[in-house]
Ligand binder design. Structure first.
Ligand code: ZN
Length: 79
């Protein structure tokens, strides 16, 4: 019986440690491309499938899905 309680305590301590580590672990900074014109985060890639082959050699052009602004350079912003 004592053996069982020890296992339960170990599991409990493990859970507590897990949540404490999760809580204090540094959050990964998410990078979002934002439209320089309307500040929208709704950015897509123009060209679709044809980009896959050329994308290795040429920079991918992005398009703002909200205002239609297209550019190779879209600023990235950390959240
Ligand atoms: Zn835009």
């Amino acid at each position: 019986m004592i053996f069982l309680i020890k296992i339960l305590v170990l599991i409990f301590v493990g859970f507590v440690l897990y949540f404490v580590i999760l809580r204090f672990a540094p959050k990964k900074a998410l990078k979002h491309r934002i439209c320089p014109k309307c500040k929208s985060k709704n950015i897509g890639i123009t060209g679709g499938s044809q980009v896959t082959m050329l994308g290795a050699f040429f920079p991918v052009e992005h398009e703002c899905l909200d205002c239609g602004y297209t550019s190779i350079i879209f600023p990235e912003k950390e959240e």
